[in-house]
Design a protein around this ligand. Structure first.
Ligand code: AQP
Length: 333
């Protein structure tokens, strides 16, 4: 049985992009693999988070994951900062990863923007912490959206260099697990940008806690063009917003963009957006209700997260202890 690790940042309310690109694909994996799912609050603070908001968003993210179908009888769900082994291994990896490797990471370039000097050093070494998140469990499979592929390649480079430098076969190879019809959901305002929970425009995304009116409004105002829907996927050329909306409908109705266009090709966007909004409301409504239910009992939610951290710690502690021994750290007597 493979050990699977995946994380999500509590840097905002989870979006439809997080759901279709990541969370939704985690649910069936629980039946086939040993799964660890983590709310990665240490990653979130690589960009400043207002403390009270971070705290609330961490619980909100955990509640959303449960509402989407993670089952605590089948998987381990926990908060990253509750398991210090992540930070311990990340420091070792800071000393293994090369600056040249980090310089190539496109996510740093995107997130740091034009003023790189003002970005936090945490944002720069983010991929080293991500490598530690995975390898501190010796996980071999990581389900992610396709935007994270580059970071996983870097994690493998770190694992190989650690093994090579210390002459061991300690860390395994990691395989990315990229799934889903709409593997990358784009912003509703700009089809060339990915949908992101931290985008300053709330209109750019569907949040998993949006109510029916908010969903309908955002879809109505989503950017399109005056032409009707094309008859087949070749018609997406030069129309990224159209490709995105069709991809979303295909993903939530469990079909393909081709099938959506066979049914709706030639329609105007007024009619198509109504159909899309209805499908999203039907799909996301029950998730929102469940999320609110989990959030109505915070002591139980916190207790479940503590149990999750204990289970995760039991796996991570011996692995990080051995990594420290390999490096030559004197064990505490
Ligand atoms: N638009 C997206 N389409 C498909 N998958 C996506 N993911 C994120 N956005 C999309 C996937 O969600 C998982 C968790 O992501 P994360 O929270 O760790 O960080 P992120 O990728 O940086 O997500 P956001 O929403 O864009 O957060 P912020 O705004 O804080 O940066 C990952 O598997 C990711 O691939």
């Amino acid at each position: 049985m493979q050990r699977v690790f995946s994380g999500i940042q509590p840097s905002g309310v989870p979006t439809l992009g997080n759901y279709l690109g990541a969370i939704r694909n985690w649910v069936p994996m629980q039946d086939e693999h040993e799964c660890l799912f983590c709310v990665v609050d240490m990653h979130a603070i690589t960009v400043f988070q207002e403390p009270q908001q971070l705290l609330a968003q961490t619980r909100e993210m955990a509640a959303t994951l449960l509402a989407c179908g993670l089952d605590l009888a089948k998987c381990t769900l926990f908060v990253q900062s509750h398991v210090p082994a992540h930070a311990e291994l990340a420091w070792i990896f800071n000393c293994v990863a090369r600056l040249g490797w980090l310089n190539r990471m496109t996510q740093f370039k995107d997130k740091a923007g034009k003023d790189r000097e003002a970005a936090s050093s945490g944002l720069y070494v983010y991929p080293n912490l991500m490598a530690a998140d995975i390898l501190v469990y010796k996980a071999t499979s990581v389900p992610v959206g396709d935007d994270q592929k580059q970071h996983l390649e870097l994690a493998n480079d770190i694992a190989q260099k650690f093994n090579h430098d210390y002459g061991v076969e300690f860390f395994p190879r990691i395989e990315p697990h990229i799934l889903g019809v709409a593997a990358r959901v784009m912003s509703l305002r700009d089809g060339s940008k990915k949908m992101s929970k931290s985008d300053p425009s709330d209109q750019s995304r569907i949040n998993l806690n949006d109510d029916s009116d908010a969903i309908r409004n955002k879809i109505k105002r989503a950017k399109t063009d005056p032409e009707p829907l094309p008859d087949n996927v070749l018609g997406f050329e030069g129309r990224p917003e159209v490709r995105n909306l069709v991809g979303i409908l295909a993903a939530v109705t469990g079909t393909t963009p081709d099938a959506v266009l066979r049914e709706h090709g030639g329609k105007g966007f007024g009619a198509f957006k109504d159909i899309l909004a209805d499908a999203l409301i039907a799909h996301l409504g029950p998730i929102r209700s469940e999320m609110l239910r989990y959030l109505s009992d915070l002591p139980s939610l916190d207790a479940e997260l503590r149990k999750g951290a204990e289970k995760a710690e039991a796996i991570a502690r011996p692995i990080v202890t051995e990594a420290k021994r390999i490096v030559g750290f004197l064990p505490r007597a």
